[in-house]
Write a protein that binds this ligand. Structure first.
Ligand code: PHE
Length: 454
């Protein structure tokens, strides 16, 4: 174990960095398409339930495990539960991080292509069908997306080797508020498009007749994915928190920001999609074929505004993705650095190299490699399914059991109350959720999906 661990400089830094990890493509790209695939408002309600009942308590648990142990995620379990198998929870998280980073970078790379498209004003004068076909041409091209994915991973790599505080904190502080404001403006534009009401109805009027096991699994997976939970990401970040950071408050802030951004993204995508006749279940391409329409149709009288906003949007989306890829990369890098005595530079190189390799395979699986499937899924979809819908909830299940049942309650209380200096009115309720509610709810959703309950 090296003793040169960094710290986040300020409390705000801790919140911003964690929120930077949470807010990303998961909110703006994945949340809308999962909502679209699972029928709209009812999915959103179940998603919100998962955030409150599972996400927030498990986030506090991850925070306290990380800050208490001051180690990477596998090392954290090792320290708090020496010579037990708990460290496998951390190791599974590291693997999940590697897999997510690989396919996530593919989509992050797409955002770079779209920055280029926005700068060269190539959305101007195009129709909705043009946007669909140009996205399909691009994403199935064997070279371009691969190139962008490599560029994106190299940028992430560069920031990771520059160190924790300078790299992560600085970029989060400026860009997150900007993204927030732009999203608000775009949501306003999208809602005012002709025919947008149907999209708003889709978001707000639940149709419970369509709810089945897969909707629950999808909502739970999305909650874990979006909050960066279940794989030790926030645990690794919390290992850089100072002793004064209020863990509960930080979790509430991160949860609120993350949820707000996802709902805003919904209010941008669906009104616009219904307005121009794009089906809400278009899948991963949804935001890339819908958003250019917002810039085209909402600003017909102001082409300059459309031009500036579209460039800003894709830049901020890329930055939101970057603060998330940094956090994913950090989990694996910190693990290799601390557990295998590699230098941070070497560890980072290994991670970047692996992710470029798997990322290329994921990217090709959407184009020339379409025919190659495993369990009926291409590699990109398989990585997404296995991580978001299996590994993260499973990680969350073990983290709640670990904190609720295994960990000494004195440690838990000390971390939550900052050694007795904070009031802890919800402490008992928190423990109750981790002990019973979270493990039972996650297990039921898993078992239900396997079809054993019907
Ligand atoms: N939460 C990130 C997003 O919404 C993705 C992520 C998942 C990051 C898991 C870290 C760990 O984009």
């Amino acid at each position: 174990m090296k003793n040169d661990r960094a710290n986040f400089g300020s409390k705000l830094g801790a919140i911003l960095a964690s929120a930077g990890s949470a807010v990303g493509l998961g909110n703006i790209w994945r949340f809308p398409y999962e909502t679209g695939n699972h029928g709209g408002a009812a999915f959103i309600l179940i998603y919100l339930g998962c955030i409150i009942a599972l996400g927030l308590p498990i986030m506090v648990a991850e925070f306290l495990i990380g800050r208490r142990s001051k180690a990477n995620t596998a090392g954290a379990f090792q320290r708090l539960a020496p010579l037990t198998h708990w460290r496998w929870v951390g190791r599974m998280g590291v693997l999940a991080g590697l897999l997510i980073l690989s396919y996530y970078s593919v989509v992050a790379g797409w955002t770079l292509e779209y920055i280029g498209e926005a700068v060269s004003n190539s959305f101007a004068g195009e129709s909705p069908t043009d946007f669909i076909s140009s996205f399909q041409d691009f994403s199935s091209n064997p070279w371009k997306p691969v190139l962008w994915l490599i560029v994106f991973l190299l940028i992430t790599h560069f920031i990771i080797v520059k160190g924790v505080e300078k790299g992560i904190e600085k970029s989060s502080k400026i860009m997150m508020p900007m993204l927030f404001i732009l999203l608000l403006v775009l949501a306003g534009c999208s809602i005012s498009l002709p025919g947008a009401e149907k999209g708003i109805e889709f978001l707000l009027k639940p149709d419970f007749s369509k709810v089945d096991a897969s909707v629950f699994l999808g909502a739970m997976g999305q909650a874990f994915f979006s909050l960066s939970l279940g794989m030790g990401c926030l645990c690794t970040y919390a290992s850089y928190f100072g002793p004064k950071t209020n863990l509960t408050k930080t979790a509430l802030s991160v949860g609120a920001i993350d949820t707000f951004v996802a709902i805003l993204a919904g209010f941008i995508i669906f009104p616009a999609a219904f307005s121009v006749g794009i089906k809400p279940d278009a899948g991963p391409s949804l935001i890339f074929i819908t958003l250019p329409n917002v810039f085209q149709q909402a600003f017909t009288g102001a082409p300059l505004l459309a031009y500036i906003f579209s460039i800003m949007f894709y830049i901020l989306l890329a930055v939101a993705a970057l603060t998330s890829t940094i956090s994913l990369h950090e989990v694996v890098t910190a693990y290799l650095h601390e557990e295998f005595n590699l230098t941070r530079g070497k560890a980072a190189k290994l991670v970047t190299g692996c992710c470029i390799f798997f990322g290329i395979l994921c990217s090709l699986s959407l184009g020339i490699g379409k025919g190659y499937t495993l369990f009926g899924l291409g590699l990109f979809d398989l990585f997404d399914f296995v991580t978001a819908k299996i590994m993260l909830p499973l990680g969350g299940l073990f983290i709640s059991i670990f904190t609720g049942w295994y960990l000494d309650k004195k440690i838990v209380w000390k971390e939550i109350s900052n050694n007795g200096s904070l009031k802890t009115p919800f402490y008992k309720f928190f423990i109750f959720i981790l002990k019973f509610i979270a493990p039972i709810a996650i297990s039921i959703i898993f078992i239900n999906e396997l079809g054993l309950l019907n």
